[in-house]
Ligand binder design. Structure first.
Ligand SMILES: Nc1nc2c(ncn2[C@@H]2O[C@H](COP(=O)(O)OP(=O)(O)O)[C@@H](O)[C@H]2O)c(=O)[nH]1
Ligand SMILES: [Mg+2]
Length: 189
């Protein structure tokens, strides 16, 4: 398969694979770093910004094949060409207690369509973080579902997650991983 900037190679003689994923949100504090820390190290740091690592590694097994996943913490910086280079899939995060972070999702997905390569620009999923904070909620789940449907990206919306409790963190990364691997390695996985 001919993929721009081809990085989806077997990474060793055992036939293991390699995938770059990127977590991104448009407002500070939505929980980008917390999501990565919960998924990779199963930890949560309350009440202060989580200290980011630029990249963390996790190895997933899928039907006997091992996939080494590099996860980039893009924080809330501007999302354009630099973060698209060689990245295979994106987890896009808003905070259910922050309407602005929700309203920015459309711009993020449009940037992805504009600047992403032809194979990976569809490889994203969206999650609403902090679903444990019910009393501070600004976006209802139904509003989010209806909105994403209305702008044509309903199938990319995973749903809500919480890094604190934790809820749906592994499942949301698994969904992204599956979506991305179906495009990158369709004959193998
Ligand atoms: N209650 C709650 N707080 C969260 C959750 N995820 C992150 N936070 C908090 O939100 C703040 C910002 O998180 P951080 O991961 O640093 O956000 P980032 O700027 O997007 O990387 C921190 O105080 C976290 O403890 C969550 O699921 N529930
Ligand atoms: Mg951060």
């Amino acid at each position: 398969m001919n993929i721009d900037n081809d990085q989806c190679i077997k990474c060793n003689v055992e036939g293991d694979y390699f995938m770059k994923l990127c977590v991104f949100g448009k407002c500070k504090g939505v929980g980008v770093t917390s999501l990565i820390l919960r998924f990779v190290d199963n930890v949560f740091i309350d009440s202060k910004p989580a200290i980011p690592n630029d990249v963390k590694i996790k190895v997933l097994e899928d039907r006997g094949i091992s996939i080494k996943i590099q996860i980039f913490d893009t924080g809330f910086k501007d999302f354009k060409i630099n973060y698209l280079r060689g990245v295979h899939g994106y987890l896009i995060v808003y905070d259910i207690t922050n309407r602005e972070s929700f309203e920015q999702i459309r711009n993020i997905t449009q940037d992805l369509k504009t600047y992403g390569n032809q194979y990976t620009k569809e490889c994203f999923i969206i999650v609403g973080n902090k679903c444990d904070l019910e009393s501070d909620r600004q976006i209802e789940l139904k509003e989010a579902k209806d909105y994403f449907e209305s702008i044509g990206i309903g199938e990319s919306f995973y749903g809500e997650v919480s890094c604190k409790n934790p809820i749906n963190i592994d499942n949301s990364f698994q969904k992204l991983f599956k979506k991305t691997s179906n495009i990158l390695y369709p004959r193998n996985l």
